[in-house]
Design a protein. Sequence first.
Length: 173
Amino acid sequence: MFQNTRTLLESVNEVQRSVDASSPEGYSKWRSQQFGVVVMADEATSSNEQPDGELTLRTLAMPGDANAAGDIFGGWVMAQMDLASGIRAAERARGRVVTAAVKEMSFERPVKIGDTLCIYTKINSIGRTSINLRVEAWAQRYLHQGRVKVTQADFIMVALDETGKPMPVPPED
């Protein structure tokens, strides 16, 4: 596909000269030219659905994170969600946390090279030593203002003390 970031940027610049990739139609044409896929109509426009939670992490999907078709690996998306869960839970626990479980995750739409992956987190509940978070992954399509929900899952994080044993989550200030 793309050997390196420079090749990707050269390709993007070439397409920008040939189509208006900032419009939904131009974006679809660019995706089709680059990856042999057509963006579904519901992806070409933003929906009324909005992310639930706090924006915790944003990162760019790069060629090294993708398969030959230009789809970003689901494991990479899940890893970003795990990082965001750890950030949010560590802030709340005021210390070290680890992932104890991830409940059901299914992918609604693909993430493509060049998309900005936005991870939103919301604390659902707090147990004695655990924090249950709802985590949503949204893709902001390259050269397009709209965003689409990619997947969501519940992450259960456990607070640990300095010896690595579960410790109570401190009360909120």
